[in-house]
Design a protein around this ligand. Structure first.
Ligand SMILES: [Zn+2]
Length: 302
């Protein structure tokens, strides 16, 4: 019970950090330290797990024929991938068959060396490999294989579909769908119950992002494992993604109007608001970053 409480507490704290939600004054005495990482089996599944390290998380799938791991989440903390592999090894000694990258951003995919050395074939979207090959980070393992539209992996009785749903938070994002379990692993392009953060919109593709959300919603899933813990550590729902799409669509329309009126970037960033979404976490903190990005698109074609 106590461990569960700690996990819930740590998740809430890390979630607050990601969404930029206001944090309370530190009470005295100081609360217990949350665990740095945790592994959780997804309810209702036999073999689908979430590995969380601080505020990042990944999905992994254990089969009798081997393990499929995703995102090593070791940017600036090489110990995270080692902890991730150790956690997998507590569950199974089966070979690590695949390491799959959700997209090319380092905070999710740095540190894959331990999995590569354990025998994994590294897979990403074609564009992720192109970008990583240019960037040449010493901490990032280049993919061995790439995919474009769709690729299906079958391993030990489990089917995992890798699907590119278009440019969104990056130009290299793929989603990973377990069709039997109706579980989707999708990273950084929908914030559960929150307005996307500054980092979420920095490298993004307005309007195409909305189309990508629609294509993702058209896939047959019911629960989403996000790349950052949801509120209270919960998984994502279709409603979360529908809400994100609605927010983005309405914000985009408002910014377009402001842009056509010559208000981008300023005073649009101060004037444009979508109060209907004011209850989303991080609304006040992040709305201007979102307007700025959409102003770039509508006002300057960038
Ligand atoms: Zn990202």
């Amino acid at each position: 019970m106590q461990r569960k409480t700690l996990i819930a507490l740590s998740t809430a704290l890390f979630t607050a950090g990601f969404t930029g939600a206001a944090t309370a004054q530190t009470p005295t005495p100081a609360p217990a330290q949350p665990p740095m990482f945790a592994t959780t089996k997804v309810d209702g599944t036999d073999n689908v797990y979430v590995f969380r390290y601080q505020n990042h998380q990944s999905m992994f799938v254990v089969t009798p024929a081997g393990v499929i791991v995703t995102d090593p989440i070791s940017y600036g903390r090489p110990q995270a991938a080692k902890a991730y592999l150790d956690e997998v090894r507590k569950i199974t000694k089966a070979p690590i068959k695949y390491l799959i990258y959700s997209h090319h951003h380092y905070d999710h995919i740095a540190g894959g060396k331990v999995f590569k050395e354990a025998g994994a074939t590294v897979i990403s979207h074609r564009r992720a490999k192109e970008r990583l090959a240019q960037l040449k980070s010493p901490d990032v393992v280049l993919p061995d294989q790439v995919m474009d539209g769709k690729r299906t992996i079958k391993l030990g009785g489990t089917t995992l579909e890798l699907v590119y749903t278009g440019r969104n938070h990056s130009d290299s994002s793929i989603v990973m769908l377990l069709p039997k379990e109706k579980i989707l692993f999708a990273v950084d392009f929908n914030a559960l119950g929150a307005v996307p953060s500054r980092l979420a919109v920095n490298d993004s593709y307005p309007v195409e992002w909305e189309a990508s959300l629609k294509r993702t919603l058209a896939l047959g899933w019911e629960r989403q494992i996000p790349g950052h813990p949801g509120p209270g550590g919960r998984l994502g729902t279709r409603k979360d993604m529908e809400d994100q799409l609605a927010f983005m669509t309405d914000l985009s329309a408002e910014v377009k109007k402001a842009s056509d009126a010559g208000k981008c970037f300023d005073p649009a960033t101060k004037e444009v608001r979508v109060p209907k979404y004011g209850t989303l976490a991080g609304y006040e903190q992040n709305i201007e970053w979102n307007i700025h990005r959409w102003c770039g698109y509508w006002g300057r074609g960038i």
